[in-house]
Design a protein around this ligand. Sequence first.
Ligand code: HEC
Length: 227
Amino acid sequence: MSARNPSDNDPRIEQPGASDREIQSVHAILLREKNEPAEGYSPMPLLLTFFVCAMFIGVAIYFVNNLGGFSPLAYDERYTLEMGEAAARGGGAKAAVDPIAQGKKLFAICATCHQAAGTGVPGAYPPLAGSEWANGSEERVIRILLHGLTGELKVHGQTYNGNMPAFGPGGGYNWSDDKIAAVLTYVRQEWGNTGGPISAEQVTAIRTKGAAGRTKPWTQPELEAIP
Ligand code: HEC
Protein backbone atom coordinates (compact mmCIF):
# COMPACT_ATOMS: atom_id res chain seq x y z
CA MET A 1 0.00 0.00 0.00
CA SER A 2 1.91 2.99 -1.21
CA ALA A 3 0.55 6.37 -0.38
CA ARG A 4 -0.22 8.13 -3.64
CA ASN A 5 -2.41 10.87 -2.28
CA PRO A 6 -1.46 13.15 0.55
CA SER A 7 -4.79 12.21 2.12
CA ASP A 8 -3.72 8.54 2.29
CA ASN A 9 -1.72 9.34 5.36
CA ASP A 10 -4.00 11.96 6.81
CA PRO A 11 -4.80 10.72 10.35
CA ARG A 12 -8.05 12.75 10.35
CA ILE A 13 -9.50 10.67 7.47
CA GLU A 14 -10.63 7.11 8.03
CA GLN A 15 -8.44 4.91 5.83
CA PRO A 16 -9.85 1.89 3.91
CA GLY A 17 -8.94 -1.60 5.22
CA ALA A 18 -7.79 -2.77 1.79
CA SER A 19 -6.73 -1.24 -1.44
CA ASP A 20 -8.67 -1.69 -4.68
CA ARG A 21 -6.00 -4.06 -5.93
CA GLU A 22 -6.30 -6.31 -2.85
CA ILE A 23 -10.09 -6.44 -3.18
CA GLN A 24 -9.82 -7.41 -6.84
CA SER A 25 -7.37 -10.21 -6.19
CA VAL A 26 -9.58 -11.68 -3.42
CA HIS A 27 -12.59 -11.59 -5.75
CA ALA A 28 -10.60 -13.30 -8.46
CA ILE A 29 -9.88 -16.18 -6.07
CA LEU A 30 -13.52 -16.43 -5.07
CA LEU A 31 -14.68 -16.49 -8.69
CA ARG A 32 -12.17 -19.19 -9.57
CA GLU A 33 -13.30 -21.42 -6.69
CA LYS A 34 -16.97 -21.39 -7.64
CA ASN A 35 -18.43 -24.63 -9.06
CA GLU A 36 -18.45 -24.88 -12.80
CA PRO A 37 -22.07 -24.87 -14.04
CA ALA A 38 -22.86 -28.45 -15.10
CA GLU A 39 -25.51 -29.86 -17.43
CA GLY A 40 -28.31 -32.23 -16.30
CA TYR A 41 -30.29 -32.53 -13.06
CA SER A 42 -29.06 -32.70 -9.55
CA PRO A 43 -30.95 -35.48 -7.73
CA MET A 44 -33.35 -34.53 -4.92
CA PRO A 45 -31.55 -34.87 -1.62
CA LEU A 46 -32.20 -38.32 -0.21
CA LEU A 47 -33.52 -36.93 3.07
CA LEU A 48 -36.13 -34.84 1.27
CA THR A 49 -37.20 -37.89 -0.73
CA PHE A 50 -37.74 -39.83 2.47
CA PHE A 51 -39.65 -36.94 3.98
CA VAL A 52 -42.02 -36.62 1.02
CA CYS A 53 -42.61 -40.40 1.01
CA ALA A 54 -43.37 -40.29 4.73
CA MET A 55 -45.91 -37.54 4.09
CA PHE A 56 -47.70 -39.57 1.42
CA ILE A 57 -47.81 -42.60 3.69
CA GLY A 58 -49.10 -40.46 6.56
CA VAL A 59 -51.89 -39.02 4.41
CA ALA A 60 -52.83 -42.49 3.17
CA ILE A 61 -53.08 -43.79 6.75
CA TYR A 62 -55.21 -40.79 7.71
CA PHE A 63 -57.59 -41.36 4.79
CA VAL A 64 -58.03 -45.03 5.56
CA ASN A 65 -58.80 -44.30 9.22
CA ASN A 66 -61.01 -41.24 8.80
CA LEU A 67 -62.81 -41.51 5.50
CA GLY A 68 -65.54 -43.83 6.73
CA GLY A 69 -64.43 -46.76 4.60
CA PHE A 70 -64.71 -44.58 1.46
CA SER A 71 -68.47 -44.99 1.62
CA PRO A 72 -70.58 -42.25 0.01
CA LEU A 73 -72.68 -42.41 3.19
CA ALA A 74 -69.72 -41.04 5.13
CA TYR A 75 -70.87 -37.52 4.35
CA ASP A 76 -74.00 -38.10 6.38
CA GLU A 77 -73.32 -36.46 9.76
CA ARG A 78 -75.06 -39.37 11.47
CA TYR A 79 -72.78 -41.88 9.79
CA THR A 80 -70.69 -44.29 11.79
CA LEU A 81 -68.37 -47.04 10.60
CA GLU A 82 -70.68 -49.59 12.20
CA MET A 83 -73.48 -48.36 9.93
CA GLY A 84 -71.25 -48.73 6.90
CA GLU A 85 -70.46 -52.27 7.91
CA ALA A 86 -74.14 -52.98 8.52
CA ALA A 87 -74.97 -51.56 5.08
CA ALA A 88 -72.24 -53.70 3.52
CA ARG A 89 -73.79 -56.76 5.17
CA GLY A 90 -77.11 -55.84 3.59
CA GLY A 91 -78.78 -54.20 6.56
CA GLY A 92 -80.22 -50.74 6.02
CA ALA A 93 -77.94 -47.97 7.25
CA LYS A 94 -80.93 -45.95 8.39
CA ALA A 95 -82.12 -48.63 10.77
CA ALA A 96 -78.99 -48.09 12.87
CA VAL A 97 -79.67 -44.39 13.57
CA ASP A 98 -80.76 -43.79 17.12
CA PRO A 99 -82.98 -40.68 17.05
CA ILE A 100 -82.36 -39.98 20.72
CA ALA A 101 -78.57 -40.00 20.29
CA GLN A 102 -78.91 -37.87 17.18
CA GLY A 103 -81.39 -35.55 18.88
CA LYS A 104 -79.08 -35.13 21.85
CA LYS A 105 -76.31 -33.91 19.55
CA LEU A 106 -78.66 -31.55 17.73
CA PHE A 107 -79.99 -30.24 21.03
CA ALA A 108 -76.65 -28.49 21.62
CA ILE A 109 -78.03 -25.65 19.47
CA CYS A 110 -81.30 -25.43 21.40
CA ALA A 111 -79.32 -25.49 24.65
CA THR A 112 -77.78 -22.10 23.87
CA CYS A 113 -81.21 -20.67 24.71
CA HIS A 114 -83.18 -23.39 26.51
CA GLN A 115 -80.10 -24.60 28.50
CA ALA A 116 -78.61 -28.07 28.57
CA ALA A 117 -80.96 -29.21 31.33
CA GLY A 118 -83.99 -27.80 29.50
CA THR A 119 -84.64 -25.34 32.30
CA GLY A 120 -84.70 -22.23 30.09
CA VAL A 121 -83.79 -18.82 31.47
CA PRO A 122 -86.42 -17.07 33.59
CA GLY A 123 -87.87 -14.11 31.76
CA ALA A 124 -86.06 -14.88 28.50
CA TYR A 125 -86.23 -18.50 27.33
CA PRO A 126 -89.05 -20.81 28.40
CA PRO A 127 -88.23 -24.25 29.88
CA LEU A 128 -88.60 -27.40 27.80
CA ALA A 129 -88.44 -29.68 30.85
CA GLY A 130 -92.03 -30.26 31.90
CA SER A 131 -93.32 -27.76 29.33
CA GLU A 132 -96.93 -28.25 28.21
CA TRP A 133 -95.86 -27.18 24.68
CA ALA A 134 -92.86 -29.47 24.38
CA ASN A 135 -94.82 -32.45 25.74
CA GLY A 136 -98.18 -31.53 24.28
CA SER A 137 -99.80 -31.65 20.85
CA GLU A 138 -97.45 -33.00 18.19
CA GLU A 139 -99.21 -30.78 15.64
CA ARG A 140 -98.24 -27.67 17.61
CA VAL A 141 -94.69 -28.52 18.65
CA ILE A 142 -93.72 -29.56 15.12
CA ARG A 143 -95.04 -26.23 13.83
CA ILE A 144 -93.01 -24.36 16.49
CA LEU A 145 -89.85 -26.07 15.29
CA LEU A 146 -90.59 -25.68 11.58
CA HIS A 147 -91.49 -22.01 11.52
CA GLY A 148 -90.53 -20.53 14.89
CA LEU A 149 -92.59 -18.78 17.51
CA THR A 150 -93.08 -15.13 18.42
CA GLY A 151 -95.15 -12.89 20.66
CA GLU A 152 -96.46 -13.63 24.13
CA LEU A 153 -96.33 -17.25 25.18
CA LYS A 154 -97.41 -18.79 28.48
CA VAL A 155 -95.38 -21.73 29.79
CA HIS A 156 -95.98 -23.05 33.35
CA GLY A 157 -98.08 -19.92 34.01
CA GLN A 158 -95.11 -17.66 33.19
CA THR A 159 -95.38 -15.30 30.26
CA TYR A 160 -92.48 -15.09 27.81
CA ASN A 161 -92.17 -12.77 24.86
CA GLY A 162 -89.22 -13.73 22.73
CA ASN A 163 -88.44 -15.16 19.36
CA MET A 164 -87.91 -18.84 18.83
CA PRO A 165 -86.05 -19.26 15.50
CA ALA A 166 -87.42 -21.40 12.67
CA PHE A 167 -85.56 -24.67 12.11
CA GLY A 168 -87.44 -25.82 9.00
CA PRO A 169 -86.54 -25.17 5.37
CA GLY A 170 -86.31 -21.46 4.63
CA GLY A 171 -85.32 -20.71 8.22
CA GLY A 172 -81.74 -19.93 9.18
CA TYR A 173 -81.06 -23.52 10.23
CA ASN A 174 -82.75 -25.33 7.33
CA TRP A 175 -82.96 -28.65 9.16
CA SER A 176 -84.33 -31.76 7.48
CA ASP A 177 -87.53 -33.40 8.72
CA ASP A 178 -85.30 -36.16 10.14
CA LYS A 179 -83.38 -33.75 12.31
CA ILE A 180 -86.48 -31.95 13.57
CA ALA A 181 -88.08 -35.29 14.44
CA ALA A 182 -84.91 -36.45 16.23
CA VAL A 183 -84.48 -33.33 18.35
CA LEU A 184 -88.16 -33.35 19.34
CA THR A 185 -88.01 -37.04 20.16
CA TYR A 186 -85.02 -36.33 22.40
CA VAL A 187 -86.68 -33.33 24.09
CA ARG A 188 -89.93 -35.24 24.68
CA GLN A 189 -88.24 -38.06 26.65
CA GLU A 190 -85.50 -36.14 28.48
CA TRP A 191 -85.64 -34.53 31.96
CA GLY A 192 -88.70 -36.59 32.92
CA ASN A 193 -90.67 -35.45 29.86
CA THR A 194 -93.28 -37.89 28.64
CA GLY A 195 -94.28 -36.50 25.23
CA GLY A 196 -93.47 -39.57 23.18
CA PRO A 197 -91.45 -39.81 19.97
CA ILE A 198 -92.09 -37.85 16.78
CA SER A 199 -91.33 -39.35 13.38
CA ALA A 200 -89.86 -37.70 10.32
CA GLU A 201 -93.05 -38.66 8.47
CA GLN A 202 -95.14 -36.58 10.91
CA VAL A 203 -92.86 -33.58 10.31
CA THR A 204 -93.04 -34.07 6.54
CA ALA A 205 -96.84 -34.25 6.66
CA ILE A 206 -97.15 -30.98 8.57
CA ARG A 207 -94.55 -29.23 6.45
CA THR A 208 -96.06 -30.26 3.12
CA LYS A 209 -99.77 -30.47 4.01
CA GLY A 210 -100.85 -29.21 7.42
CA ALA A 211 -98.85 -25.98 7.30
CA ALA A 212 -97.80 -25.84 3.65
CA GLY A 213 -96.79 -22.37 2.49
CA ARG A 214 -96.27 -21.07 6.02
CA THR A 215 -93.22 -18.82 6.28
CA LYS A 216 -93.72 -16.63 9.35
CA PRO A 217 -93.42 -17.71 12.97
CA TRP A 218 -96.47 -18.88 14.93
CA THR A 219 -98.12 -17.11 17.84
CA GLN A 220 -99.78 -18.69 20.85
CA PRO A 221 -103.39 -17.91 19.71
CA GLU A 222 -102.68 -19.38 16.26
CA LEU A 223 -101.27 -22.57 17.80
CA GLU A 224 -104.18 -22.90 20.21
CA ALA A 225 -106.54 -22.95 17.23
CA ILE A 226 -104.80 -26.15 16.09
CA PRO A 227 -105.85 -29.34 17.89
C1 HEC B 1 -82.22 -18.19 19.96
C2 HEC B 1 -82.80 -18.85 21.09
C3 HEC B 1 -83.54 -20.14 20.88
C4 HEC B 1 -83.09 -21.28 20.29
C5 HEC B 1 -81.73 -21.55 19.66
C6 HEC B 1 -84.16 -22.25 20.40
N1 HEC B 1 -85.23 -21.68 21.01
FE1 HEC B 1 -86.99 -22.58 21.44
N2 HEC B 1 -87.72 -20.84 22.13
C7 HEC B 1 -87.04 -19.67 22.25
C8 HEC B 1 -87.91 -18.62 22.74
C9 HEC B 1 -87.53 -17.18 23.02
C10 HEC B 1 -89.18 -19.21 22.91
C11 HEC B 1 -90.46 -18.50 23.35
C12 HEC B 1 -91.03 -17.73 22.16
C13 HEC B 1 -92.09 -16.72 22.56
O1 HEC B 1 -91.97 -16.13 23.62
O2 HEC B 1 -93.02 -16.53 21.75
C14 HEC B 1 -89.02 -20.61 22.54
C15 HEC B 1 -90.03 -21.56 22.61
C16 HEC B 1 -89.87 -22.91 22.39
C17 HEC B 1 -90.90 -23.93 22.61
C18 HEC B 1 -92.29 -23.70 23.13
C19 HEC B 1 -92.26 -23.26 24.58
C20 HEC B 1 -91.72 -24.28 25.53
O3 HEC B 1 -90.97 -23.87 26.42
O4 HEC B 1 -91.99 -25.48 25.41
C21 HEC B 1 -90.33 -25.14 22.27
C22 HEC B 1 -90.99 -26.49 22.34
C23 HEC B 1 -88.99 -24.86 21.84
N3 HEC B 1 -88.73 -23.51 21.92
C24 HEC B 1 -88.11 -25.84 21.42
C25 HEC B 1 -86.85 -25.57 20.91
C26 HEC B 1 -85.96 -26.58 20.36
C27 HEC B 1 -86.27 -28.07 20.32
C28 HEC B 1 -84.85 -25.93 19.91
C29 HEC B 1 -83.64 -26.51 19.17
C30 HEC B 1 -83.92 -27.23 17.97
C31 HEC B 1 -85.00 -24.52 20.22
N4 HEC B 1 -86.21 -24.36 20.82
C32 HEC B 1 -84.06 -23.56 19.95
C33 HEC B 1 -85.72 -19.47 21.94
C34 HEC B 1 -84.89 -20.39 21.31
